[in-house]
Every structure is written in C-alpha cells, then in structure tokens.
Design a protein. Structure first.
Length: 764
C-alpha cells in the first residue's frame, strides 16, 4: 500500500519521556473509573518489537516492503519454541525491571512532593505563629497602655479628691469673706441711694431747661417753614416760565419734524419695495426647497420602511427576537456569534469570488488552448492532405508493382496468422485471469468504500456529539451565569453583614471603655466600703471608750454628734451598695453582650476586620491553660444583710507590708451608751478617727507593668471577696487571738468558684 496504517500510540524516545507522576490519578478523583489512566501506555498493548531510539518510518525504508503492509502482510514466520520462550522471558524481565524502575521513580517523586507540601505547610504555620506572636505582643502593649491610662486616671481622681477636700477646708473662710462683702454691699447701697436722690434733683432741673429749649426750637422751626414756602413759590414761578418756553418751541418743531418724516418715509418705501422683491425670490426658493424636502421625506420614509422590512426579515431568518426572559449577555453572545457567522459568510463569498475569478482565467486559458489546438489541427489536416496525395501516388505505384509481390507474401502471412491466433488464445487466457484479478480489486474497492462510509458515519456521529456537548456547555454556562449572579447577591449581603458587624464592633468599643470605668468605680467603692467598715470598728472602740465617761451632758452631746455622723455614714453606705448593685447589673449586661459577640464562629471571625479580632483577643482569657469558670453573682457577697467573715483590706500599696487583718462588722455598728458619773476627761474633746471623710481616700497604686507577660490587676474587691475568689488555701486563717476571731472562723457565704482565674478575669 502507498500509505500503510500507522500505530495508534508511537513509542517516545528516551529524551521525551514525561516526568514521574505526570499521569498519576488521585485516589479520590471525581473522574469516573473508566476514564482513569486511559492514555497510559501499557507494555502488552503492541507486540511489535522496535528500537525506541530509532524513528518509526512505518516500513517506508524497510528492506522487506511487505513487512509494513499490515493489511496484505504475509503470515508470520514460525519460530522455534525455545527461541520464542527465551525472548518472551527476557522481554518480561526487562518489562518488569522497567516497571519497577518507573514505580521507584514515581514513589520518589510522590515522596518529594509530599515533603514539599509538608514543608510549605510548616512554613505557613511558622508564619501564622509569628503573626499570632506579633498580635499577642501588640495586645500586651495595648493592655499595658490601658493600664497606664488607668493609673493616670486614678492619679487624676486622687488629685480631684484632694482638691475637693481643699475646697471644703477653704469653705468657712469663703463664707466669712461673703459676710464681710455683704456688709460692704449694704453700706455701698446706702451711699448709692444718696447719690441717686441728688441725681434726681439735677435731672428735674435739666428737664425744665429742656422744655425752654424745646419752645425756642419750635419758634425757629416756624420761621424756617415760612422761608421754605417762599422758596417753593419762587421755584414754581420759574417752572411755569420754562414750561411756556418749551410750548413755544414745541409749536415750531412739527414743521421740521414733518419734513424729516417725509424724507424717512420715501427711504422706507424704497427699502420696503426692495425687501418685497427679495421676499418674493426667497419664497419661490422656499417653495422649491419644500417640494424637495417633501420628496426627500417620502424617500426617507420609504428607505426607513425598507430598512425596517429588511431588519424584520433578517430577524425572522436569524430568529433573534429576544424574549423578556433573556438577558443582555445572551443577546451580546448571539450578536457576536452572528458577527462571526457574517465574517465567515463574507470570507466564503470572497473565496467563491476568487474561485470564479480563477474559473474565468481558466476559461480564458482553455479558450486560448482550444484556439491553438484548432490551428494545429488545421495545419495537421493540410499536412495530412499533402501526405495523402503522396500516399495515393505511391499506392498506385504499389498496386501496379507491389501486388504480385504482396500476393506472394500472403501465403507467408497466413502461416504467420495461424501462429498469431495461437498467441491470441494464450493472451485471452491471460486477460481472463487479469479480469478475475480486476474483480477482486473491485470487491476490495467496494469494501474500502463501505469502510470509508462507516468512518464517515462515525465522524458524523462524533460531530453530533460535539454539538450536543457544545449545547450542554452553553446550558452549563447559563447556569454558571445564574450562580454568579446569586454569588454576587450573596456577596452584597455578606458585605452588608460585615458592615453591620463592623458597626456593632464600633459600638462595642465605648462599651468596653464603660466596662473599664465601671470596674474602676467598683474598685473605688469597694475600698470606700472597706474604709467605712474600718471606721465602724474604730467607732465601736471609741464607743466602748465613751461608756465609762463621767460627764453625762458632754457625753450626750458627743453621742448625738456621733449618731448624726453614723446616720450619714449609713446613708453613704446604702448609696455605695446601690451604686455597686447598679454597676454589677451593668457588668452582667456587658458580659452578655460580650458573650454574644464571642459566639461568632471562626469563619465569620476570619472575615471580620482586624480591630474586631483585637477586641476579641482582649476579651478572651490570656492563657489557654485556665478553665472557664461560672460568672459570680456579687449581690449576695456585698449585700447589707450578708456577713463579711474575711478581714478588711489594707489601704497601703501592694508592695508594702500589709497590717494585721481586722474582721469587718456584719451589720452597721450600734452605739452602746453606758451611764457613768465620773468627771469629764480630756479624751472626749479630741475629734475621733471615724469623723474624717472617706471620699478622699486614694485607691492603691497598681504595680509597674511588664512587656513580657500581663501583670496582676489591682484588687477590685474587699479582702473577704478576694479571699473567697482566690484558690483554696491561699488566704491565712484568722487565729483565735485576733480581733473577731470567732467570727472569722465562720463558714464563708461568699461566691464559690471553680478552676483558677485572676481578679481581672472575674469581670470579663
């Protein structure tokens, strides 16, 4: 055959082998199993043995041409069993070695890929850890900054309290100054009254002088009025004279005006005549233009109707009527497709025009060739006529001379004819054999034609499948466009949700600031409560000291003063408890809001802005080792009716040595008056310690912050609550010899907590 059938998959040379793992199919591939490894070359697919380092010439340069003819190839040569078995075993061994080598290379490549992926993951994790570490350091710095601000505000509050105390101390001197200023004001007001009476007399005299001046002014006004009337009369007479002169001039002016008007009228008449002539010519030109415009409008209407008709026919032919359901994108796609089709039609028309041009050129060449052929034929005919005349003369000569010789030769020709007939019979047999071969070739041609028709049908089927696949792709593209629209809508909704969450986080920032302020207020109120309890203890001690006083009257006055101060301290204590309960309610509300913000899942937190993550990190516990604890209820621990078994807090700084613990009273202290008839002593004249104001007590200074770790927050509760909130066994047990020892050994009724947590975590 001229074009032998080639192999479907040719062996690649060694330098064009793909890398290991290029055709690997993943284990959990979405591809169906019958499509996996469909193009992999298998060793047993083609049994032809060929050197892979030599190109496949399909038997074109083979020594045996029939070796590459796969259709008309002869039967394979029979080999001996031993040689075929040895060759097959060697080929199997080589194939097995090659498979093992490929497997080793593939496994090593897969191992390298996995190592690269794991290294990339480790790098990403390291980067994430570094970022988390940086964020944590920034949060620590921010916490230190907030604590420094807290200390600054505490110092400002201390200064404000000191200023308030200073103002309260300067209040009596200011009241004395006010009384002296009041007396001075009374004296100055009497002096001013005397001055006012003198001024009233002077004012009455000035009013009399003013009346005289007004009468004189009225006289002068009358004289001025008379003079003004005389001037007006003179001006009126002058105006009448001017009017008479103008009337005379107006009587003489019409003659001149009439002459000028006549000249102007003649000029205007001439201009009107010229204008009428111009208007007549312009009117004729306008009528001609109107006729042309009417014809042009009619032609324009006809052209627009033809254009509309052509467009309608084109739309009807192309079926481009867009329904309301189709979108602009589909219309543009159809328009682009039509543009491409029109371009193809234009190219086809150009191709046919070029083909027609070539046909015309070919017709011209063919006509020229036919003309040359006819000319050559005419010349050949003339030559043949001349040759015929020559041959006729020769024939006459031959008939007369050559016939006898030819008759002699006839006998020999008959013998030659018999031999020729024999040769003809043999030739006929050979022709019959050739006809049989021709029949076989025609049958083979018919088979080839049927095979080609089958391949053509297969190609048509493939084209149909390709068109169906294209239609499915169009449907899939429309679906993807719909999904994209839904995705954009959902993206808009997500953006709105992110904006709302950002607004909520923005609203959360002042809430956190308010929470910090409330925590500071609670700390200050707790310290005030501890100070009031300490003063109550001092009051009890002073009461016991007063019980043995001898002067009854002085003792009663002192007791009344103490009762008033005690009532005031009770009011302050109740107000403090009310503020504390309000603060705890506010803290509970803030905790609920913070918990609602913490309940956002990780996917939403990753999409939230960075300041929201920073706020979440501030609200989260500092370490993961601490377990979550139940939120304590502070109302029972700080109520007026609940006992306080723990000792009172120390008012010194955290780094100073704390004094001996003193148990607080369970209820407001009562004053016990013991009658006695002893003479008065000098100890009653001194002001007791509980009479001092507790509003100016400065809060304890917090310890210096550290950048490496979060420092411990200052205590926000009294000693009893701090002791009950801490870990078990942290506080020292009050001995029996201390003040209030039996009460200190009572069972604690404060908040019970589970796990370990700091005081700063208590209000988160």
């Amino acid at each position: 055959m001229q074009f032998p059938k080639a192999k479907r998959f040719t062996d690649r040379p060694p330098d064009d082998i793909p890398p290991p793992g290029a055709y690997d199919v993943p284990t959990h591939s979405p591809q169906p199993p019958y499509k996996r490894a469909a193009m992999l070359e298998r060793a047993s697919r083609f049994a032809a043995e060929r050197d892979p380092n030599k190109p496949d010439t399909f038997g074109l340069y083979a020594e045996d041409p029939l070796a590459a003819d796969k259709e008309n190839a002869a039967r394979p040569r029979v080999r001996t069993a031993s040689s075929s078995t040895t060759t097959t075993a060697a080929a199997d061994r080589e194939r097995h070695k090659q498979q093992l080598e490929d497997l080793r290379t593939r496994l090593s490549a897969a191992h390298d890929k996995e190592l690269a992926k794991l290294r990339a993951k480790l790098d990403k994790l390291d980067e994430a850890r570094q970022e988390h570490r940086k964020e944590r350091e920034e949060l620590y710095k921010e916490v230190d900054k907030l604590k420094s601000e807290n200390r600054h505000l505490t110092s400002k509050l201390t200064r404000a309290a000191a200023l308030q105390q200073k103002y309260e101390s300067t209040l009596p001197s200011l009241q004395a100054k006010l009384s002296s200023l009041t007396t001075q004001h009374a004296a100055s007001s009497a002096k001013k009254d005397a001055e006012l009476s003198a001024l009233r007399g002077a004012l009455s005299r000035a009013e009399a002088d003013t009346d005289e001046a007004r009468a004189e002014a009225r006289a002068w006004e009358g004289r001025a009025h008379r003079e003004r009337r005389g001037r007006e009369d003179a001006a009126l007479a002058a105006g009448e004279l001017v009017a008479s002169l103008r009337a005379e001039r107006s009587a003489l002016a019409p003659v001149e005006d009439l002459a000028a008007e006549r000249l102007a009228r003649v000029a205007l008449e001439r201009r009107v005549a010229d204008r009428e002539a111009v208007l007549a010519s312009v009117g004729e030109y306008a009528r001609a233009l109107e006729e042309r415009l009417a014809l042009a409008a009619a032609e324009l209407d006809e052209a627009s109707w033809r254009e509309w008709r052509v467009r309608e026919m084109w739309r009807t032919e192309r079926d481009l009527v867009v329904s309301p359901g189709r979108d602009e994108k589909e219309w543009r796609q159809r328009a682009r497709a039509d543009a491409r089709e029109m371009e193809g039609l234009r190219e086809e028309v150009g191709m046919w025009e070029r083909e027609a041009e070539r046909e015309r050129e070919w017709d011209e060449l063919r006509g020229e060739w036919e003309r040359r052929r006819d000319k050559a034929w005419r010349e050949e005919r003339k030559r043949m006529v001349r040759d015929y005349e020559v041959v006729a003369g020769e024939l006459d000569l031959a008939v007369n001379d050559e016939i006898p010789r030819l008759e002699a030769l006839l006998a020999s020709s008959e013998t030659a004819l018999s031999s020729a007939r024999e040769d003809l019979s043999t030739t006929s047999a050979h022709v019959a054999q050739l006809e049989a071969d021709l029949g076989q070739l025609e049958a083979q041609r018919a088979d080839d034609a049927e095979r080609f028709e089958g391949e053509l049908e297969e190609q048509r089927r493939l084209v149909g499948e390709a068109r169906k696949e294209a239609e499915r792709e169009r449907v899939e593209k429309r679906r993807v466009v719909g999904i994209l629209a839904q995705t954009r809508a959902s993206e808009t909704a997500l953006k709105e949700e992110v904006e709302s969450l950002s607004n909520e986080v923005t609203h959360l920032t002042p809430l956190l600031a308010a929470n910090d302020a409330l925590q500071q207020t609670i700390d200050h109120l707790a310290r005030l409560n501890a100070a009031s309890e300490q003063e109550a203890l001092e009051l009890i001690a002073h009461n016991s000291e007063l019980a043995g006083h001898a002067n009854q009257n002085q003792k009663i006055r002192h007791v009344a003063m103490i009762r008033e101060e005690l009532a005031e301290s009770r009011k302050k204590h109740l107000a403090t408890l009310s503020q504390l309960s309000t603060a705890h309610t506010r803290i509970a509300t803030l905790e609920d809001e913070l918990n609602s913000y913490r309940a956002v899942p990780s996917s939403a937190s990753s999409a939230a802005p960075a300041h929201a993550r920073a706020l979440g990190a501030l609200s989260a516990p500092p370490t993961a080792a601490r377990s979550r604890v139940s939120r304590p209820q502070m109302a029972d621990a700080l109520g007026a009716e609940a006992p306080t078994p723990a000792p009172a807090p120390a008012l010194a700084a955290p780094r100073t040595a704390a004094p001996a613990p003193v148990p607080a009273a369970a209820a407001p202290p009562r004053l016990v008056v013991v009658p006695a008839h002893d003479p008065p002593t000098s100890s009653c004249t001194s002001v007791p310690a509980f009479a001092r104001s507790t509003s100016a007590l400065p809060p304890p200074r917090p310890p210096p912050s550290s950048t490496a770790a979060l420092p411990a927050d200052p205590p926000l509760l009294p000693a009893g609550l701090a002791r009950s909130a801490g870990p078990p066994g942290a506080g020292a047990r009050v001995g029996g010899g201390a003040v209030g020892g039996p009460r200190g050994r009572r069972k604690s009724t404060s908040v019970k907590m589970e796990g370990k947590m700091s005081v700063s975590e208590l209000f988160r």
